[in-house]
Design a protein around this ligand. Structure first.
Ligand SMILES: *Cc1c(COP(=O)(O)O)cnc(C)c1O
Length: 352
C-alpha cells in the first residue's frame, strides 16, 4: 500500500504465474511448457540474429507476420504479434473490451482474464461451465461488450467444436469474440477458419506451448484487418519494439521447420493418451483433454496432499484450488521418461 499509487492499483489482484523453481533435475509439470527443446534450426537462427543485437528490431516484425500469414493462409494485415500472448491479450482487453456492456467469459478459464479486466476497469460476467466442465454456446446469447475463452479451455482441456465457436460469433455480431488457442496444436480444430467469415472473431496463439519457446515470449493474433489495426494502435501507444531480434528470428525459424514442430505435437498427444490411461489404472478420473495437460482427480486422496508428496520427490504439478476443482490437479504432459517417473511416484503415493 502506498498513498502514491493510483486509485485503481489498490484494487488489483495480480496474476500469479506457476513456479519456476531454481532446483536441478526437477520434473517440471506445472506450467504446460513443452518437454522437448525447440528445433535445432531455431537455435541456429537465434545465433545468427545475435550478431545484429546492436540494432533495434523491426518495429512491425514484417518478416514474422508474413511467415505467419503464409502458414495460416491469411494476409499480413490480418496478423498481430506481441511479447507473448499475455501481452497480446492485454492489448485485446485495452482495444476491444471497455464497452457499455460487460465482457463475458467462463468461470473456469485462463485466470489472467479477470486480472486484465481489473487493470483496464472492464465490467465482467462469468458464465458457469456446464456439469461436464464444458462451455455451452447457448450461455453466450445476452448482449455483450465482448466474449473471451480459451479453446481448448484451460485448465479443463475441453475442446469446443468449430460449429459451437461459430454459433457464439454469430450470436455476438456487435462485439469482439476472442478465442485463445494456446493449446490448439494438440488436436483441436482452429477458429482461424472463421476469420474471413466473421469480422468480429479474433484468434490468439502462443509460441510458449506447442512451439517450445516459452522463454522467448512470442504470441500473435489473427483476425479481420480492422481488429488488427485496433491492436496496432494500442501497441504503438505502449511499446514500439515488443519482439526483439532473437525472438523474431526464433519465431520465423520455428514455422519454417514445420516437420519438427508437428513431430513434437504428435509425441505430446501420444504421451497425453498414455498418461490418462495410466492415471485411470490408479483410480484417477481425468477430463478428456485436447491440450498438453490433464486435469485429474483421485477417488480418495486429496489433491493438495498428492501435490505436496510429489514435490518431495522433485515432481512439480499444479494445484489450482479454484472453486469446483478444489480436488483436481493440473498436470502438464511431459516426455516419456518424465511421465513414467510421475506414474511411478503416484502409484507409491496412492497404493502405498
Ligand atoms: C500459457 C497461456 C497463455 C500465455 O502464453 P504466453 O504466450 O506465454 O504469454 C495464454 N493463454 C492461455 C490459455 C495459456 O494457457
Amino acid at each position: 500500500m502506498s498513498r502514491l499509487w493510483s486509485a485503481n492499483v489498490h484494487t488489483l489482484t495480480p496474476y500469479v504465474p506457476g513456479e519456476q523453481p531454481k532446483v536441478e533435475n526437477l520434473i517440471k509439470l506445472n506450467t504446460n511448457e513443452s518437454p522437448y527443446p525447440p528445433s535445432p534450426k531455431v537455435l541456429e537462427a537465434i545465433e545468427q540474429a545475435a550478431k545484429s543485437l546492436r540494432l533495434y528490431p523491426d518495429p512491425v516484425s514484417a518478416k514474422l507476420k508474413q511467415t505467419l500469414a503464409d502458414y495460416h493462409q491469411l494476409t499480413s494485415d490480418q496478423i498481430f504479434v506481441g511479447n507473448g500472448s499475455d501481452e497480446v491479450l492485454a492489448h485485446v482487453f485495452a482495444a476491444f473490451f471497455k464497452q457499455d456492456l460487460p465482457l463475458y467469459f467462463p468461470d473456469l478459464t485462463y485466470s489472467f482474464y479477470p486480472v486484465y479486466a481489473k487493470l483496464f476497469e472492464i465490467e465482467t460476467v462469468t458464465v458457469e461451465l456446464n456439469a461436464k466442465f464444458e462451455i455451452d454456446p447457448n450461455d453466450y446469447q445476452s448482449p455483450a461488450g465482448g466474449v473471451i475463452f480459451a479453446n481448448p479451455n484451460a485448465p479443463t482441456g475441453h475442446l469446443l467444436g468449430l460449429d459451437a465457436v461459430r454459433q457464439i460469433a454469430r450470436q455476438q455480431p456487435d462485439c469482439a469474440v476472442v478465442v485463445d488457442e494456446a493449446y490448439i496444436d494438440f488436436g483441436g480444430q482452429s477458429a482461424v477458419a472463421l476469420v474471413n467469415e466473421f469480422p468480429n472473431v479474433l484468434v490468439v496463439r502462443t509460441y510458449s506451448k506447442s512451439r517450445a519457446l516459452a522463454g522467448s515470449r512470442v504470441g500473435y493474433a489473427m483476425g479481420n484487418s480492422e481488429l488488427i489495426e485496433g491492436l496496432n494502435r494500442v501497441k504503438d501507444s505502449f511499446n514500439s519494439y515488443p519482439i526483439d531480434r532473437l525472438a523474431e528470428a526464433a519465431a520465423v525459424a520455428s514455422v519454417e521447420d514445420n516437420d519438427y514442430f508437428e513431430a513434437c505435437c504428435e509425441k505430446v498427444i501420444a504421451q497425453r493418451e498414455w498418461l490418462a490411461a495410466e492415471l485411470s489404472k490408479l483410480d484417477f478420473t481425468t477430463l478428456p483433454s485436447f491440450a498438453n495437460f490433464v486435469l485429474t482427480e483421485h477417488a480418495t486422496f486429496d489433491a493438495k496432499t498428492i501435490a505436496t508428496k510429489l514435490r518431495d520427490q522433485h515432481i512439480i504439478v499444479r494445484y489450482l484450488g479454484a472453486a469446483r476443482i478444489e480436488n483436481h490437479l493440473r498436470i502438464s504432459v511431459g516426455d516419456e521418461a518424465q511421465n513414467q517417473a510421475l506414474i511411478n511416484a503416484l502409484s507409491h503415493i496412492v497404493q502405498g
